[in-house]
Design a protein around this ligand. Structure first.
Ligand code: F6P
Ligand code: MG
Length: 472
């Protein structure tokens, strides 16, 4: 049930796949090795130390095999169900080498194999090699967090000065607010760690502030948010009691923060009555959300001074603003904390992990390989897929003509009556893109530095917001 369109491969010299396996993944693995090494050295438990050394050896071995373009080896059995599927797929692919494998599959394999090394130990099973990195970047986002916390509070604690507005103007204003919230949520994806490894505090601030967002609006190449709002409003006006919105999460830290902002706003505005968040079950693509990251985020809001002042990575945290938090800022964060904790306690914010999200295939397989999850998602009014990887999985990471309709590229989910409403909020960090107007790709390619390929789509500067209503 995969697409017949050719998937991107690590052998495509002009694609980001090739750059990834050649330049990016060795760095990511080196960082993982460093992390395990540091924890190993710091440990007083002999078993932990011994196992840590074995993990370092295994990760170094994977890095060697990758850089020397060896055959990708089957995953060792760590007792989990999904191993046989990964290995079956490798076999079906004809046991490729690192530089000749489908990009999507081999990148998933990379993160799954890191987890195998952890699972084969007694004391490292729940270790997240990317935890420190995630934490440190989140700390750098403080300025944007404060800006949004204050904005959110103003919205949910009622309008300020009473404006004289006609009902039409009120309606228009509410719609614009929804669009802004969704765009905040979209651009929160620009700061993912697998791509932007060494951003400074200042760079991150530039990416996240409201100025940056305004400037970026023209960079949203397709924007279906207006239709999405009309649909949610219609459900609300029809008086349907239970209206669930799902968010298939991407990155933790700042992006998760803006996902919660959007979720909280939808509940507040009555556009949804329940938000279901879908995290990953193992450390994934460096910065993706694990259930623990969710709890960590709430704790950080609850005790911001301690959290934002502590420095586990001092070198990235020089400009520490936490000590100078004003009372108003502290109270904005506390207000968010109590809002969101209450939603969580009342069952309006629900966290629902599923192993399907860390399998090696695309979402074309969802109805057949994870039917219970598919049926669950059909119960939702809207399923929001955040970020680049989710988009690659939706479209099978295939070399589509960029003017291909979105619903065609997402296969079974895009069929009429698929029963699922799909919204992709994606900043472009990979070659695949669909749904563009005629001529747009050519225009953007002309702006790329010399060379073939779709470089404009690699940097996170451009975005697409695409919607398919499978319930219509
Ligand atoms: O394209 C670069 C990349 O790191 C891919 O490996 C991956 O698809 C994606 O970006 C991760 O980004 P996101 O966190 O937005 O899914
Ligand atoms: Mg991610």
């Amino acid at each position: 049930y995969d697409t017949k369109t050719t998937p991107y491969k690590t052998s495509d010299k002009f694609s980001f796949a090739y750059v990834s396996v050649r330049d990016r993944w060795p760095v990511i693995l080196t960082q993982a090795i460093d992390d395990v090494f540091r924890h190993t050295m710091a440990s007083k438990d002999p078993e932990h130390t011994k196992e840590g050394k074995t993990i370092v050896e295994q990760l170094a071995k994977m890095k060697y095999e990758m850089q020397h373009d060896r055959v990708v080896t089957p995953l060792e059995d760590d007792g989990e169900e999904d191993i046989k599927d990964y290995n079956k797929e490798l076999e079906q692919l004809g046991n490729p080498k690192w530089f000749e494998a489908p990009w999507l599959f081999i990148e998933c394999y990379l993160y799954r194999r890191i987890q195998v090394s952890m699972n084969l130990t007694k004391t490292w099973k729940s270790h997240d090699v990317f935890h420190l990195q995630k934490n440190s970047t989140f700390k750098s986002s403080l300025a944007a967090i404060l800006e949004l916390a204050s904005k959110y509070r103003h919205i949910v604690e009622g309008p300020s000065a009473a404006e004289e507005l006609t009902p039409e103007q009120v309606a228009e204003k509410e719609k614009l607010l929804f669009i802004e919230m969704a765009e905040i949520c979209l651009w929160g994806n620009a700061t993912d760690l697998s791509l932007l490894t060494s951003l400074s505090y200042e760079d991150i601030q530039k990416l996240q502030g409201s100025e940056a967002r305004k400037k970026s609006e023209k960079n949203i190449l397709v924007n279906d948010l207006s239709d999405v709002y009309d649909m949610l409003l219609k459900q609300k006006n029809e008086g349907k009691k239970e209206r669930r919105v799902d968010i298939v999460l991407d990155n933790s830290g700042f992006e998760l923060f803006v996902d919660l902002i959007l979720g909280g706003y939808l509940l507040y505005a009555g556009l949804a009555t329940e938000i279901v968040f879908h995290p990953k079950s193992l450390p994934w693509f460096v910065s993706d959300v694990l259930p623990k990251d969710f709890a960590d985020l709430l704790n950080a809001l609850h005790d911001p001074v301690t959290y934002f002042s502590s420095s586990d990575e001092p070198e990235n945290n020089k400009e520490n603003k936490a000590a100078s938090l004003s009372d108003a800022q502290k109270s904005d964060l506390e207000s968010l904390f109590s809002h969101w904790s209450k939603f969580h306690a009342d069952g309006k914010f629900v966290l629902r992990p599923n192993r399907f999200w860390t399998t090696g295939g695309s979402y074309w397989r969802l109805p057949k390989t994870a039917p219970e999850l598919f049926e669950d998602l059909q119960k939702s009014e809207l399923v929001i897929f955040k970020g680049d990887l989710n988009y690659r999985k939706l479209t099978g990471d295939a070399d589509w003509n960029p003017t291909t309709r979105f619903e065609e590229a997402i296969g079974p989910l895009g069929e009429v009556g698929s029963g699922i409403r799909v919204l992709a909020l994606r900043t472009c960090k990979a070659d695949v893109v669909v749904g563009l107007p005629e001529g747009k790709d050519e225009e953007l390619r002309a702006g790329d530095a010399a060379g073939e390929g779709r470089k404009w789509a690699w940097s996170g500067k451009w975005a697409v917001v695409e919607f398919w209503d499978g319930k219509a």
